[in-house]
Design a protein around this ligand. Structure first.
Ligand SMILES: O=C(NC/C=C/[C@H]1O[C@@H](n2cnc3cncnc32)[C@H](O)[C@@H]1O)c1cc([N+](=O)[O-])cc(O)c1O
Ligand SMILES: [Mg+2]
Length: 214
């Protein structure tokens, strides 16, 4: 039977990356996406901005919405201090299965908790299920029409504290207009746009970094 793109991406990781070396996994995926098949990873250019925000925040608790194949999961996890926890939500079981293997190949599984399920169902259960009170950093990269409702849900569930950082991918392409309007106009956020390009292309895209002011 035909393989899927995520399966071919995993194959490229197992062929070209060194087990236990997260940066080589990131590099292998970027090479696969540039030379073989485009895939919706945050990519190398926006990935550097992601890296700088993660390093600056030095978070103890991170939530990622939309694991896909685990590219940004591995990128973030490779920069986390010991004992830090990254919870990543993915509701597509096929993508989750690939991501688990990518995360394992990178050797960062001890820092990552991949939850197979929908953000809308799991955000209200974060505290009771994982003992997380608030998130220091949230990376939004799932369906673009879920960014705003899930942000409001995180606020309602008390998962954001004064200083929590939201970092959102694709605010230009494919675009998240309602989310962008909200974080840029709300008095409860201080927002900043990092201009970049859509992964592996010359099309404009960027990341929006929003600090929750409490
Ligand atoms: O559509 C894009 N991303 C959607 C990503 C979606 C991923 O998050 C999961 N998901 C969705 N809601 C979920 C709720 N809960 C859990 N997982 C969820 C989906 O199963 C998928 O694995 C996208 C598109 C382009 N593009 O150029 O077209 C570029 C990008 O960088 C992108 O991120
Ligand atoms: Mg994206």
């Amino acid at each position: 039977t035909q393989s899927t793109r995520p399966q071919r991406l995993l194959g490229a990781v197992q062929k070209n990356a060194t087990r236990g070396d997260p940066r080589s996994v990131v590099q292998a995926i970027d090479q696969f996406c540039r030379q073989k098949e485009w895939a919706m990873n945050v990519g190398d250019e926006k990935g550097c901005i992601l890296d700088s925000v993660v390093s600056e925040v030095n978070p103890a608790t991170v939530l990622e919405l939309g694991t896909y194949c685990g590219y940004s999961t591995v990128r973030i996890a490779s920069l986390l201090p010991p004992h830090a926890k990254l919870i990543t939500l993915e509701f597509n079981p096929d993508f989750a299965a690939i991501a688990r293997q990518v995360i394992a190949w990178a050797g960062v599984e001890d820092k990552v908790h991949l939850v197979e399920g929908a953000s809308g169902d799991w955000i209200p259960k974060m505290t009771e299920q994982f003992g997380v009170k608030t998130f220091d950093l949230v990376f939004l990269d799932h369906w673009k029409d879920r960014y705003l409702p899930d942000t409001m849900l995180m606020e309602e569930c008390g998962l954001l504290r004064k200083g929590s950082i939201l970092l959102a991918d694709n605010v230009i392409c494919p675009g998240t207009p309602d989310y962008l309007e909200y974080v840029r106009s709300s008095l409860r956020y201080e927002s900043q746009y990092f201009k970049s390009h859509l992964e592996y292309t010359k099309v404009e895209d960027g990341l929006e970094k929003s600090v929750f002011l409490g």
